[in-house]
Each structure stands twice: as structure tokens, then as C-alpha cells.
Design a protein around this ligand. Structure first.
Ligand SMILES: [Zn+2]
Length: 101
């Protein structure tokens, strides 16, 4: 057990990082959890099956997770952390340093 429990954001990011190694699963999650536009009136169909009565607004957290995973993967593909002019919106959690290749 670590001294400090990871925050929800840290857990979310480490899960996204693991998911970044599984592009097929990432694409499937994105397909099953679409953005809000579509015939579902802003409800995520992926989160309401099977048979749940509770509606989850789209885009849901699973979609956000898959999108983050996709971004982490493309960051890796482009050779790691490249600073973008005028944007400091990178994930700021400690330990998110990607080793350059
Ligand atoms: Zn969903």
C-alpha cells in the first residue's frame, strides 16, 4: 500500500495510460460511448446497456478516458513531450514524464 492513496485524477490518468497500449479496445470504447450528438439526445447508449434505467449524459467518463488514452498514444507516437506554442494544457500530474525516444 502506498502512503497516500492516489487521487481520482491520478487513477484516471494511469488507467488511460494502460488503455493507450490497447488501441483496439480504445476504438471500441469510443464507438460504444459516442459524443453527445446523435439520436440519443445526449445520453450515452454504452452506459445504459445492458438494461440500466439510469441514463448517463454523453460524452460520458468512459469516452473521456478513451479520448485521453488516444491522446497519450499519439503523444508517444510523435516522439513524446513536444512543447506546443501557446498551449500549456498538458497533463500536469507528477510522474507523467514520457521518456523521449
Ligand atoms: Zn458511456
Amino acid at each position: 500500500m502506498p502512503n497516500r492513496a492516489p487521487t481520482a485524477a491520478e487513477q484516471f490518468e494511469s488507467l488511460a495510460r494502460a488503455l493507450a497500449d490497447m488501441p483496439v479496445l480504445t476504438r471500441r470504447l469510443l464507438a460504444e460511448h459516442p459524443a453527445s450528438d446523435g439520436p440519443n439526445q445526449g445520453h450515452c447508449p454504452g452506459c445504459t446497456t445492458p438494461g440500466s434505467r439510469r441514463t448517463v449524459g454523453a460524452p460520458c467518463s468512459i469516452r473521456a478516458l478513451a479520448m485521453l488514452a488516444q491522446r497519450l498514444r499519439s503523444d508517444r507516437a510523435s516522439g513524446g513531450a513536444r512543447p506546443v506554442q501557446g498551449s500549456s494544457g498538458r497533463i500536469g500530474a507528477s510522474g507523467s514524464r514520457l521518456s523521449p525516444t
